[in-house]
Write a protein that binds this ligand. Structure first.
Ligand code: ADP
Ligand code: TZD
Length: 578
């Protein structure tokens, strides 16, 4: 029996935060130390938490975000006040935009001084700044509220549509002491942090009726479907219905990209031609041309293509955000997909397969495009281009389907997405909803830490620059990360010249012939320079065999890419030309 009498023992803010995290199964913190959180990081490590220290907070934040995506537990990023907080904030906002659960825990300066704006060390009203940029924001002022603060942060991050949460911990909180027994009692082990959300049966029935009426049905799988970890149920639904599917970038591998129902290689055919589209864990944002316009068979930019939509999503507000959703199904993907299968099973005969005319037409296009791509990939131009280099990466991933592929850049992103097949769920991590540069090394470290497995990062040379210093972090923790830089001497490419002819190079041009591989050698990692596919293959195979931190400088024809990769049309200049 416990008593309410104070015990002799005391505890403090430091330990209560650590205990609250551990109580909720959080075992890793990504961060960067400094006032006022240095001692907290030390004590956390002493208490058995894994503390992974970075060289810049944005990368620690990206590591936390991707850890959240991969594990369904909020990734924790720890930063110092004001500038450290702001450096982490981009990652927190990006996580929220992408529906990844993470918690940015930031030390902050003294409330009384901040509120009177008296100029404290790194003074900033961080809570107010974070609030509009994330899913929820909380501050804990007293040690006895730490349990509630952390419980609220965890629940907010993972329940419903996952997202980023800001937790503000003023410096004074850490050293506050209280009775140890009362402290223990104040902690909360969150029960069922991401409750299942069962869809309404009539919504499921409506969706099934619509789907059964389709002549040219299509399923779109998004990264929400990958996040949901309902892999077997999703695969069963797709295979049972026989409906062709299109994976969004981070949903690649949910079913193997080589699956006969994949319509990825016939995307520009299926989007305008489909009559009923079931979207599972994806938004009709710019990545899907907002569900209308020419991509969907509309006559003009804003014109509706005539498709009917079923949308499975945990957010009740997502439907109708861009076009009318005829059958919204609100709930968690696992529950929705199994409810569809259950009601369907009750309805008797097996699912009517989509007309052979539809699946046949898709197969024809797919085979043609795959054959065409095969020809391009087989060429061996000098210098190496994106295709000949990616032909190697494609083989390496086929032979190592467990490896996690991190990918950023413009051409380096678009070509990798279309050329490199993925075979397992949640193995492709990339620039996501914003198309943001700078996720590379943070995602690579986060993925290597939580998976314990091999990571391969395919990086444009510009993209790599945003987080490149973390190669030291990769070496410091001896992570099995193989970074391949597609070095074409600049942003998109390296051929631009200064039109005014002055001493400065063009804004998109970098130092020519740079040797990024030398960077990792400075920290004891393995560097390699690859000018041919054979050299690239050798270096990648060696990296995967040795599991050593490796950086390969893959020299790519500086004229090989196009400006902005596949999204050239979003450039104001080219939009004007249209
Ligand atoms: P993509 O970029 O792959 O198209 P988005 O990030 O646009 O995907 O969309 C992901 C969607 O998945 C979001 O609308 C989000 O609400 C939803 N989502 C995330 N997790 C779940 C879940 N467990 N169950 C249902 N929907 C989810
Ligand atoms: N800054 C941030 C944070 N995100 C961005 N997306 C950009 C700038 C703009 N941008 C792109 O959209 S792609 C890209 C930038 C700077 C880099 C392209 O060059 P790269 O790739 O070398 O990484 P390729 O393969 O040479 O095209």
């Amino acid at each position: 029996m416990t008593t309410d009498a104070p015990s002799q023992e005391t505890t403090d803010g430091f330990h209560l935060i650590i205990d609250a995290l551990k109580l909720n199964g959080i075992d890793t913190i990504f961060g960067l130390p400094g006032i006022p959180i240095t001692d907290f990081a030390r004590k956390a490590q002493a208490a058995g938490l894994r503390v992974i220290s970075f060289r810049h907070e944005q990368n620690a934040g990206n590591a936390a975000a991707i850890a959240g995506f991969l594990t369904q537990k909020p990734g924790i990023c720890l930063t110092v006040s004001a500038p450290g907080f702001l450096n982490g904030l981009t990652a927190l906002t990006n996580a929220t935009t992408n529906c990844f659960p993470m918690i940015l825990v930031s030390g902050s300066s003294e409330r009384e001084i901040v509120d009177l704006q008296q100029g404290d060390y790194e003074e900033m009203d961080q809570l107010a700044i974070a609030k509009p940029l994330c899913k929820a924001a909380f501050r804990v002022l007293h040690a006895e509220d730490i349990g509630v603060g952390i419980a609220r942060a965890i629940r907010a991050a993972v329940s419903g549509r996952p997202g980023g949460v800001y937790l503000d911990l003023p410096a004074k909180l850490f050293a506050q002491s209280m009775d140890a027994e009362a402290g223990r009692k104040s902690l909360i082990k969150v029960v069922d942090p991401a409750p299942r959300q069962i869809p309404a049966p009539d919504a499921v029935q409506r969706a099934l009726d619509l789907l059964r009426s389709a002549k040219r049905p299509l399923i779109v799988l998004g990264k929400g479907a990958a996040y949901a970890q309902a892999d077997a149920d999703i695969r069963a639904l797709v295979e049972r219905t026989g409906i062709p599917y299109l994976p969004m970038s981070m949903a690649k591998g949910l079913l193997p990209d080589t699956h006969e129902q994949s319509a990825a290689a016939a995307r520009s055919y299926v989007l305008p031609e489909a009559d009923v589209v079931m979207i599972i864990g994806a938004r009709l944002n710019w990545l899907l041309s907002h569900g209308k316009g020419k991509t969907w068979g509309g006559k003009s930019h804003k014109d509706w293509g005539g498709q009917k939509f079923i949308q499975i999503d945990i957010s009740p507000q997502e439907a109708d955000s861009n076009v009318r959703i005829d059958a919204p199904v609100v709930g968690d993907i696992g529950s929705c997909v199994s409810a569809l299968a259950a009601i369907d099973a009750n309805e008797g005969p097996d699912w009517p397969k989509p007309p052979a005319e539809w699946t046949g037409a898709i197969a024809e296009r797919r085979n043609k495009n795959v054959a065409k791509m095969g020809e391009t990939l087989a060429r061996d131009p000098v210098p190496m281009n994106f295709h000949s280099a990616l032909n190697v990466v494609r083989d390496i991933i086929r032979a190592n389907p467990d490896a996690i592929l991190v990918n950023e850049g413009a051409n380096a992103l678009d070509f990798t997405r279309s050329i490199v097949d993925m075979y397992q769920p949640r193995k492709r991590l990339d620039v996501g909803t914003w198309g943001i540069m700078g996720i590379g090394m943070g995602f690579a470290v986060g993925a290597a830490v939580v998976s314990g497995g091999q990571v391969i990062a395919i990086e444009g040379d510009s993209a790599f620059g945003f987080s490149g210093m973390e190669v030291e972090t990769i070496c410091r923790y001896n992570l099995p990360v193989c970074v391949v830089i597609f070095n074409n001497n600049g942003v998109y490419g390296g051929t631009d010249v200064n039109p005014a002819g002055g001493p400065d190079v063009a804004p998109t041009a970098f130092v020519k012939g740079a040797r990024y591989d030398k960077m990792i050698e400075a920290f004891g990692g393995v560097g390699a320079n690859a000018t041919t596919p054979a050299e690239l293959r050798r270096a990648m195979e060696e990296a995967l065999r040795s599991k050593k931190p490796t950086l390969i400088n893959a020299v790519i024809d500086e004229a090989a890419g196009t400006e902005s990769g596949r999204i050239t049309s979003l450039n104001p200049q080219s939009a004007k030309k249209k």
